[in-house]
Write a protein that binds this ligand. Structure first.
Ligand code: G3P
Length: 218
């Protein structure tokens, strides 16, 4: 499973990209609204750091407006992928953009059938929002499992990108389900790295090594 970073915050992206585990990034209007500066410049910088697909979302709600905005966003950098919300107009825009060779990521997916329709329209990625389903007492991960099964049944090439990830269990379950990608906020990536037994282990090794240096180890 590939790991993308779900943020537009450049310091976090720079730091975590340096770990060597990130293969793409996702943004949305909310994430970009939290950052200072021109969103287009921020998107360009993310592309330069991450060196993989970087999702940038359209604001327009009509297919014509989405396609126009998508072309402008795609011109920022070759790695930009256009995030399109799942609506009828969104599907129309995805088909037109696929025919032009512009990759899309259909967002705000909450059912496997929405994912199937998005794939049929030509989406490169579909993004089920797991955390937001869990928020309303509906199992988000079931959408991931069912969508994976449908995509495997029919050898669908669209990649399943697990989004709205809130904690490490979401990442674990996405990987067990065979999801292609999970996009993970910096906080959750840092939680995954941390393990108290690793910290205690390092402490013990260092303490024992001090004894060797002091000539007291047997
Ligand atoms: O990848 C989509 C994500 O940013 C939405 O997450 O936590 O706002 O549901 P959340």
């Amino acid at each position: 499973m590939k790991l993308f970073i779900d943020t537009a915050h450049i310091p976090d992206i720079e730091e975590i990209a340096s770990w060597g585990i990130i293969e793409g990034a996702t943004t949305n209007p909310t994430l970009l609204s939290r950052e200072e500066g021109d969103p287009r410049e921020i998107l360009y910088r993310i592309c330069e750091i991450v060196k993989g697909p970087v999702s940038a979302e359209v604001i327009a709600l009509d297919a014509e407006g989405m396609v126009k905005e998508a072309r402008e966003l795609a011109a920022i950098h070759k790695n930009i992928v256009i995030k399109i919300p799942f609506t009828v107009d969104g599907l129309k825009a995805v088909r037109r953009l696929a025919d032009e060779g512009i990759r899309t990521n259909v967002t705000l997916i909450f059912t496997p059938l929405q994912a199937l329709l998005a794939a049929k329209a030509g989406a490169a990625f579909v993004s089920p929002f797991i955390g937001r389903l869990d928020d309303i007492a509906t199992e988000g991960m079931k959408v991931v499992r069912d969508t994976m099964e449908i995509f495997m049944n029919y050898e669908v090439e669209t990649e399943l990108l697990v989004a709205s990830v809130r904690h490490p269990m979401h990442v674990l379950e996405a990987a067990v389900a065979g999801a292609d990608i999970a996009t993970v906020p910096p906080k959750v990536l840092r939680q995954i790295v941390k393990h108290p037994l690793t910290d205690i282990g390092i402490e013990r090794f260092l303490a024992d090594w001090e004894k060797v240096k002091g000539g007291k180890a047997k």
